[in-house]
Design a protein around this ligand. Structure first.
Ligand code: SF4
Ligand code: SF4
Length: 288
């Protein structure tokens, strides 16, 4: 059964927007930068931007993959912009960020999947913003260990890669991804840089069962993941996968408890949680 699009009350109340929204919008346009906040039509944009924080999306705004939940455009990307890392770092400086989150589209057509641009972005952010911490949310690089190593050698403070959903639903939700490969990437990231906490997350409301969710959480712990994010899937448009269920707040709270019992250092669980939502606060516990 497909439930109607009308949202339950806890998904209709949103925090008020802050003052910085227009400012960030102007900054991103002036530097020709993209954010996942806009491209993925994140429901938190007014709150995050209002408070002067955003998540950069590097390597263009066209993705080579076509995940069923994601609003980012699929197609053939343009070339690689080697000036982009520096512009991201300048924007971080202008925004005065102490914690920057950088993600990207998938660039499966590139030899290193865009890993070198990730590394350059981390280094540029550090160069122009001493003391600023950097979290990267990367693709799976098609399971290419060497590409991942390029990113980890640049020493991100937190490494994030999302499993997005339970393995049974991959064909519909993440058709070009492989569950085991994503777990492997997380494990390698920890091995390559044990000092950096690793992080992953998934959405609820796509048709997963409670037991399947717990299984994924156990898998993530078995691959040494430290930080977990759990949020409600919200359909970006009618072209995207339908919402199977609105998950009640109590269930998010119960999963947080389960996660803590399993040994995650931090669990962020709630309907509006996205992997970059309050990322700094999420990482604080794990970074010590
Ligand atoms: Fe952007 Fe993340 Fe905030 Fe959404 S939760 S608006 S993607 S920073
Ligand atoms: Fe969206 Fe990432 Fe999937 Fe591309 S790989 S469609 S950006 S979720």
């Amino acid at each position: 059964t497909i439930i109607p699009e009308r949202r339950p009350s806890w998904l209709r109340v949103r925090p008020p927007e802050g003052e910085g929204y227009e400012e960030i919008k102007r900054l991103m346009r002036s530097k020709a930068l993209h954010t996942v906040c806009e491209e993925a039509r994140c429901p938190n944009i007014r709150e995050c931007w209002g408070h002067g924080t955003a998540t950069f999306m590097i390597l263009g705004r066209i993705c080579t993959r076509s995940c069923g939940f994601c609003a980012v455009e699929t197609g053939r990307p343009l070339g690689v912009d080697w000036e982009e890392p520096k512009r991201v770092a300048e924007a971080v400086r202008q925004m005065g960020l102490r914690y920057a989150v950088v993600t990207s589209v998938n660039r499966d057509e590139l030899k290193d999947g865009g890993a070198s641009i990730f590394a350059a972005t981390i280094r540029w952010i550090r160069r122009l913003n001493p003391g600023c911490k950097v979290e990267v949310l990367t693709p799976d690089f098609k399971g290419d260990y060497d590409a991942l190593k390029v990113v980890m050698d640049a020493k991100p403070d937190v490494f994030n890669h999302n499993v997005e959903t339970v393995p049974r639903l991959y064909r519909r939700v993440r058709p070009q991804a492989v569950y085991q490969r994503s777990l492997q990437v997380l494990k390698w990231a920890k091995e390559l840089n044990p000092a950096a906490p690793t992080k992953s997350g998934f959405m609820l409301g796509l048709g997963e069962s409670w037991d399947e969710v717990l299984e994924v959480m156990r898998d993530l712990r078995a691959h040494d993941v430290d930080i977990l994010t759990i949020g409600q899937y919200l359909r970006p448009s009618f072209q995207h996968l339908p919402i199977q269920r609105y998950v009640p707040l109590e269930e998010f709270a119960a999963l947080k408890e389960e996660g803590k019992k399993m040994g995650f250092r931090h669990v962020e669980s709630g309907p509006f949680v996205r992997s970059s939502y309050h990322a700094h606060e999420q990482a604080e516990e794990a970074l010590g």
